[in-house]
Design a protein around this ligand. Structure first.
Ligand code: PAF
Length: 296
């Protein structure tokens, strides 16, 4: 691809990436990275901007990772717009874009896969059984390629951030275990819908109805802050609010402990994660909110 953004260096191979990083490190520069699947939006731009405030070398990876999509999911039609991505990355302060091929990321015929236990069998993992193996595997390989001091992710994919933290904490690979993981708040549209590359799939009616998810999260949060401690009450509230939109198919709407994403009792813990996944038309949307339960 011809680079129309001369301020951004494009690397297609791990060797090129390592050469750029070696040069940066030789002049004392630290490296921040923002792993993405492209089709960048304001959520990604906000991560890149913070990375650029903290690191003189900022690499954004753009790689639609086939291994995190299930067989009936949207890998083929996942939105792609490299020219626009380059523009957004460059304006937000990226110095480098890592644009590997599938062959570059997965050269092995027999695919080795990283599986993170414990956190991956609930919520998204229950609905998308191989998804987090794909995420953990590609993130480890991206860290090995980009050798970052710090990597930035959005809270929108809460479970993914917990999987990545566990990947880093348990890895025996230097590049992976030395990466600091920073999670930044979800960026939202004015009406509250979480920014997502997949929002492009929503038609006007879907788009209008999609706000029910944020509304349900806000109402649940307000009830907890007002003193409600019953998980059943909070989950019922979210479901009732979501069911106001006939077309919306709920996958889950739960209140769980924010680190384990589980909860066995009816009493809410101190740190609550409200998590929703629902389908509108053909599009699966996820969102979450972290809430501290009042102690008095
Ligand atoms: O969040 C994403 O865009 C992807 O899951 C990630 C972390 C880039 C891995 O492919």
């Amino acid at each position: 691809m011809k680079n129309e953004h001369p301020l951004v260096v494009v690397c297609a191979t791990i060797t090129e990436m390592h050469a750029q990083i070696a040069q940066a490190r030789s002049t004392g520069k630290s490296v921040g990275c923002v792993p993405t699947m492209g089709y960048l939006h304001e959520g990604h731009a906000s991560l890149i901007r913070v990375a650029a405030q903290n690191h003189p070398f900022v690499v954004v990876s753009i790689f639609v990772n086939p291994t995190q999509f299930g067989p009936s999911e949207d890998f083929e039609r996942y939105p792609r717009d490299l020219e626009r991505d380059m523009q957004i990355a460059s304006e937000a302060g990226a110095t480098h874009v890592f644009l590997p091929s599938v062959q570059e990321m997965y050269p092995d015929e027999v695919r080795s896969t990283i599986h993170i236990d414990g956190i991956t069998d609930v919520l998204e993992g229950a609905s998308r059984p191989t998804h987090f193996d794909g995420v953990a595997t590609v993130v480890a390989r991206l860290f090995q390629a980009m050798l970052p001091d710090e990597a930035y992710f959005g809270q929108k994919d809460l479970q993914q951030t917990l999987v990545i933290r566990k990947l880093v904490a348990t890895s025996t690979d230097d590049a992976v275990r030395s990466t600091k993981v920073t999670v930044l708040p979800t960026v939202r549209e004015e009406d509250g819908l979480a920014k997502s590359s997949r929002n492009v799939y929503l038609n006007d009616v879907d788009r209008r109805d999609a706000t029910a998810i944020y509304d349900a999260l806000c109402s649940a949060r307000d009830q907890i802050v007002a003193g409600c401690s019953s998980r059943a009450t909070i989950e019922l509230l979210m479901k009732v609010m979501l069911q106001r939109v006939d077309r919306l198919e709920i996958d889950y709407a739960v209140a769980v402990e924010a680190e384990s994403l589980r909860l066995d009792s009816d009493t809410l813990p101190a740190h609550v994660a409200l998590c929703i996944a629902a389908r509108l038309g053909g599009t699966r949307l996820i969102d979450n909110m972290l809430v501290e339960r009042p102690t008095t």
